[in-house]
Write a protein that binds this ligand. Sequence first.
Ligand code: F6R
Length: 615
Amino acid sequence: MCGIVGYVGPRPSQDILLAGLARLEYRGYDSAGVAVIDGGGSLGMRKKAGKLAVLRDSLADAPLPDGSTGIGHTRWATHGGPTDGNAHPHLADDDKLAVIHNGIIENFSALREELLADGVVFRSETDTEVAAALLGRAYADNGGDLQLAFRSVVNRLEGAFTLLAMHEDHPGLVVGARRNSPLVIGLGEGENFLGSDVAAFIEYTRKALAIGQDQIVSITPDAVTVMDFAGTPVEPEPFDVSWDAAAAEKGGWSSFMAKEVAEQPEAVANTIRGRIKDGQVVIPELEGLDELFIGINRVIITACGTASYAALVGKYAIEQWARVAVDVELAHEFRYRDPVIGADTLVVSISQSGETMDTLMAVKYARERGARTLSICNTQGATIPRESDAVVYTHAGPEVAVASTKAFSAQITALLLLGLHMGRVRGAVADASVDVAELAALPEKIAKVLESEHEHVTQLAGWMADTRSVLFLGRHVGYPIALEGALKLKEISYIHAEGFAAGELKHGPIALIEPGQPVFVLVPSPRHSALVHSKVVSNIQEIRARGARVIVIAEEGDAAVLPFADEVIHIPLAGAMFEPLLAVVPLQIFAMALATAKGLDVDQPRNLAKSVTVE
Ligand code: F6R
C-alpha cells in the first residue's frame, strides 16, 4: 500500500523517481507525486490524482526543474479520497519541506487539533500532512537540524508508517523512518536510494540494506546512517537481491499477470531447488532448528487472502505427513480474540510481500504469547521473516500483478516441502520417496496444463463474458482451490463469484442454482479416494438436476464425470496433495481471460493494492 522512493546522487532525480514509481505502482495507483530539490536549491513538487501516467504527462507538458535529490510516491488512499490535494508529497515550512508517507498515523486527530490550535492551515484531509506540519514546526524548534527534527517527530507518531522527508536547505539529504511499514536502502556508487521494496531501485543496484523496526535512516550520495528512534546508531543488515530488473519487466507479455501465470513451472522449480537431498526433503534454512517441530502439539497457519487458501492446502499436507493438528486462521481474526497458544504451538505465517500488516501483527502477537514462529515469504529483507524464528523463502521472483498467481503456487510448494520436512524430523514419514518424486515432477505437469488448456479455457471465458455470477466447488484440497478460483475472478473481472466446499452445497448454497448458472467443479482423482470422488460426482448430479452449467476440472482419463459435464478441463495425473497446483492454473487463466474479454486492466484491478500494509 503506497509505494515510496527516495534518491540522492549525481543524476537528475526525476527519471529515477518515475522509474521507481513505475515498478512500485502495484502498491497503489490512486495518485502519484514527486518532489525534487533542483540545482539552484529550490524545492519543486508535482502531484496528480490517477495513475502514474497522469503525473508523467503533466511533467512532460510542464517539466519541473531537475536536481539530484528527490522523493516520489504512489498512493493507495486511506485518509482522504484520491484527489490532487490528498496526493503526496505534502509540504510544510513555506513549501521548503516535503514529506511522503505509507501507513496510517493513528493519533493524527489529536496531533491535527494541536497544530490547528497553533495556527497551522491544512490543505488536505490526510494524516500525512499532519506529520509534515509537525516536522515543519520541529525543524524550526531544532535550529534547522533536519535529522534531529525528524527524530523528534517520529517519536510522537503512533500507528504504522514509513516516512521520507527532505528540505531545500539540505540538498543531498533524504531522511526516512519506519514502524510496521516497509523501507529498504539501495546502495549505489556515489548515490543511494530508499524504497518500499527493492523494485524501487533494482535497475541501479542489487545491493541492499534492511532497516529494522523503529529505525531512522539518512542517505547522502556517499553515506548511509541508521539509528533507532532513541538516536542510538544501528548497523543495518545487508542483503543481495537475487533477481534483476528484467525479472520485473513485462517482457513482451500482454500483462504482468499473463507473464506470472506462465512463470509458475519456474516458480515451483525454484522453490524446490536445493531442498531435496537423497530422496528426502531437507530445507537447509531449517537445519539445526528441529526443536521448532518437536514437542509441539499444534500448528496454526496464519495469512490473508490468497495466501490463506495456500494455508488451507498446507493444513491437509502437514496433518497427513507430520501427524500434528493444524488450524488455519485469517491473520486479522487471529489477533483480535484470545487464541489458545503457547510454547507448544508453531505459528506459520505466509506472505508473498512479507509486509502484510494483518499477518505481521499476528506473528508479533504469537511471539508475545510464547509461540514458535516460522514464515513463508517471497520477499527478501521483508519485515515478517525478520520477526519470525525461522523463514522458508519461496523463490517465485518478483510478483507485480496485483492478483497473486505464481506466489500462490510457490506458497503451496513451500508448504508441501515444510510438511515433508516436518514429517521426517518428527519421525512421522517412513518413506517419502513417492511424494518427493511427485514434487519434482510438478513443474513439468504445470507446464503441460498451461500448454494444453490455455486456448480452451480462454475460449470458454470469451463465451462467458456476460456472466453475472460463477460458483466454484471443491472437496478436500480442491476446496481451497475453489475459494482461490472465486477470489481470482472477483478481483480482476468484478463478477460475483463464490467458492464452496462441495459437501456444504445442500446446506444452503444450492438455492443459488438456477438454469444456466455456471459452476466449476474440482473433481479429485478416483485413484486417491473412490469415496471422495463419488461424492463429488453426486454433487455434480445434484446441481445438474437444477440446470447448472457444469465445468469440470478432472484428471485425464476420468470417464465417470463425462456424462455430467458441459465442459471438461483436463489436468495430468498427480498425487492427492499435488493436484491443487495443477487445478488452479485453468482457474487463473479463466479469470484473466474473462477480465480481458471485458476490457479490464488485469494487473491493476480497481480498489486494490498489492501489498496491504494497513490494518
Ligand atoms: C489476491 C491477493 C491477496 C494477497 C493477500 C496477502 O490475489 O494477492 O489476497 O494474497 O493480500 O498478501 P501477502 O501474501 O503479500 O501477505
